[in-house]
Design a binder for this molecule. Structure first.
Ligand code: AMP
Length: 133
């Protein structure tokens, strides 16, 4: 049983803001910005590819509801919707969840992101080599 299972069962307390048959949503205990919420799948699997289409649809329908609730309550300018889908992506809790992080113009929350660049012709070669097209 991971920490999110314990929150879902009520064994660990949380500030729960939404629940339905597919997921539970509550405030992140260490918010990137106050109001940062998680939408956590009730099915305990580590990554998105382990959910079927109905479960994914249920999860993201809930994300949409929580997004609307946050925009309304927080009057934020935007929301980052993120999934760290495995440990190498920064996932700390191996139980599918979506982050909703409220953003305000100029708040600088992700200013340190480092981006790569494709050289001339590299993007198409990349896609062809990996059969992505
Ligand atoms: P991730 O790095 O994508 O796995 O995110 C896990 C998130 O769960 C982190 O942002 C943590 O702050 C959050 N978290 C861990 N334990 C709790 C808890 N007991 N209640 C609320 N959020 C938690």
């Amino acid at each position: 049983m991971d920490v999110f299972d314990k929150i879902i069962s009520g064994e660990i307390p949380s500030y729960r803001i939404y629940e339905d048959e597919y997921c539970v949503s509550f405030l992140d205990i260490a918010p990137i910005r106050k109001g940062h919420a998680l939408v956590v799948s009730k099915k305990c699997v580590p990554t998105i590819d382990r959910l079927d289409e109905k479960e994914i649809a249920g999860l993201f329908a809930a994300v949409r509801k929580v997004d609307a609730k946050m925009r309304d309550a927080l009057k934020c300018d935007a929301i980052n919707i993120m999934v760290n889908d495995g440990p190498a992506a920064g996932q700390e809790v191996g139980h599918v969840h979506v982050h909703l992080i409220p953003r305000f113009k100029g708040d600088g929350a992700f200013d340190i992101a480092v981006k790569e660049k494709y050289a001339e012709g590299e993007a198409v070669r990349f896609c062809e080599t990996l059969n992505l097209l």
